[in-house]
Design a protein around this ligand. Structure first.
Ligand code: NAD
Length: 526
């Protein structure tokens, strides 16, 4: 895949594992964006009137389409991204089904108007309504082509919005085919397919979408582009959800079950060849087990089989998706080695004619002065850091600008909870890697440079609504009293009323109640 933008009118899409040309996707030029937004607004007016039953039906059609043609979708994912078939099935089809089913089952409940207390105003009724925002833009990365498209559009769609997707140029070919899953589902229920649209292109198309006065932007991508999007969104004060990078710590305590730790660490570092926002980017190991654990990591990583993805289980990991990403990985590994880190497995791009192959790599004795200790690798590099105790593990874990996910492996539940509580991250998984993401009732998102706002769960759904406050009459009473014209005792009676309501201690309240009565008599008698 070529990422040069310039004046490109098509995106040349290639299979990163073989170099095979997959197709050419026309670029949506920035000037085409306003018309797409206008079409989305029109379609949204119709979609906003869809009952929850109809919204559920659309999502149900999508779920069925994902299930019925799971092999086909996996094939597209594999060809466009270079990941393995097994990874596509477990890392794309499973989370997408999980998300759709959660929304079908629980979405309506979380979007129903909610009665809340009217507080002081007992004569009124208060409720929160979850009103669709209008048009939601999703600007997306390349690492999970199917999941990024379907999971990103599903929540705003359920909440009654139109959606405009801007997939990564690196997976334009498969993205346009995934769009059909939503279009077909909408058509089946009699809604315009333009409720969900797609803009293809590079950063300039994304930037035009940011400026197009949509009602919310979901951005999933790098920190640098996240900043650009926030700057662009300032023009129209468009709210944004930022799902950015990570440098997740994976702490292995000295009492850990090492088989379990090894299994989770391999998954954390090498699922999707580490091109995973919640990859275990730093394996932080307690001194007492460091040498023993590192030897096992190196042995297991060194035995992994890499190649062009095929069905049948002969390949553990596939290829990197973009040439740019391989260059990032190479730069960070070379810097670390130059500063004294040791390579125990992998470490160099595999000399292969066409594919983008970088092998599972184990880099040990990484220290904080190395760029790789702080910058996101987004590749198959298991970097290992030695720490003396829990306190140092926590300090090292919290020492980067990121705070997406984190893991801690220990046999002691109290110790696990104590370390988890001290980690600055959007989530901590105790004795596992990454499972939080699959628990749809849990919010997903980061702190610090990993972003803000949440996907998944109740809050991830309500994020696509205007949480509108409505106060209506229970009884028709004139409380608060008429404010104008201001009378001679109004200031004093307001002060007494506030004390009656909030003063600590009964005597003080009673004193002010008497005063309040007196001011009110004076007011009436003039
Ligand atoms: P990227 O920032 O390069 O691109 C993301 C999207 O932004 C692409 O569609 C791109 O075309 C678009 N874009 C680029 N410049 C733009 C601009 N100026 N205005 C508007 N849009 C613009 O990210 P990537 O390389 O595709 O993905 C990798 C990054 O995504 C990693 O940092 C990874 O951690 C992050 N990521 C985060 C999550 C999460 O949920 N936190 C999930 C997946 C990936």
């Amino acid at each position: 895949m070529h990422r040069d933008k310039g004046a490109a009118q098509v995106i040349e899409c290639t299979n990163p594992a073989t170099g095979e040309l997959l197709g050419r996707v026309p670029v949506s030029p920035p000037e085409s964006v306003p018309a797409v937004v206008a079409r989305a607004r029109e379609a949204q007016r119709i979609w906003a009137s869809a009952s929850f039953k109809q919204r559920r039906a659309v999502l149900r059609h999508m779920l069925n389409a994902v299930l019925d043609k799971a092999d086909h979708w996996c094939d597209l994912v594999v060809k466009d991204s270079g990941k393995t078939y097994e990874n596509a099935m477990l890392g794309e089809i499973l989370p997408v089904c999980n998300k759709l089913r959660w929304l079908i089952k629980h979405g309506e409940r979380h979007l129903q108007p909610e009665r809340v207390s009217a507080g002081l105003f007992t004569h009124k009724k208060a409720r929160i309504e979850y009103v669709p925002l209008g048009v939601v833009a999703c600007i997306l990365p390349w690492n999970y082509p199917l999941q990024n498209i379907i999971s990103s559009l599903a929540a705003p769609l359920m909440a009654g919005n139109a959606v405009i997707l801007k997939p990564s140029e690196a997976v334009a070919w498969s993205s346009q085919q995934f769009l059909r899953i939503a279009e077909e589902a909408l058509r089946k229920e009699g809604f315009p397919a333009s409720v969900v649209q797609m803009l293809q292109g590079y950063g300039d198309t994304g930037a035009a979408l940011v400026q197009a006065r949509v009602d919310k932007i979901l951005f999933i991508g790098s920190v640098g582009n996240g900043r650009r999007i926030i700057q662009g969104s300032a023009e129209h004060l468009t709210p944004v959800i930022m799902e950015l990078g990570g440098k997740d710590p994976f702490i292995v305590c000295d009492d850990a079950d090492l088989d379990k730790a090894l299994h989770a660490a391999l998954g954390g570092a090498f699922i999707n060849l580490g091109q995973n926002c919640i990859a275990a980017e730093r394996i932080i190991v307690l001194d007492a087990i460091y040498d023993q654990f590192v030897a096992r990591l190196a042995q297991a990583a060194g035995a992994m089989r890499q190649g062009v993805p095929v069905l049948g289980g002969s390949v553990d990991v596939g290829s990197i998706t973009t040439e740019q990403q391989i260059q990032v990985i190479e730069r960070l590994v070379a810097d670390a080695v130059a500063k004294g880190a040791r390579l125990l497995a992998g470490g160099q791009r595999t000399a292969q004619q066409t594919g983008l192959f970088f092998p599972p790599t184990v880099l040990v004795d990484v220290t904080p002065d190395m760029a790789i200790a702080h910058e996101e690798v987004f590749g198959p590099v298991m970097l290992v850091m030695r720490v003396a105790d829990d306190a140092q593990a926590i300090t090292v874990a919290n020492s980067t600008d990121f705070g997406l996910h984190s893991s801690v492996i220990t046999r002691d539940p109290v110790r696990g909870e104590r370390i988890a509580a001290a980690l600055q991250a959007g989530a901590t998984c105790i004795n596992d890697f990454g499972l939080c993401y699959l628990v749809q009732d849990l919010p997903f998102g980061g702190v610090k440079y990993s972003g803000f706002g949440r996907m998944n769960g109740r809050d991830g759904l309500r994020a696509y609504t205007n949480q509108k406050a409505v106060l209506s009459d229970r009884w028709r009473l004139e409380i608060p009293p008429k404010l104008f014209p201001v009378g001679a005792f109004d200031y004093h009676s307001a002060r007494s009323m506030i004390h009656v309501l909030y003063a600590p201690g009964l005597m003080s309240r009673l004193r002010h109640l008497v005063r309040l009565a007196w001011y009110s008599i004076r007011k009436r008698t003039g």
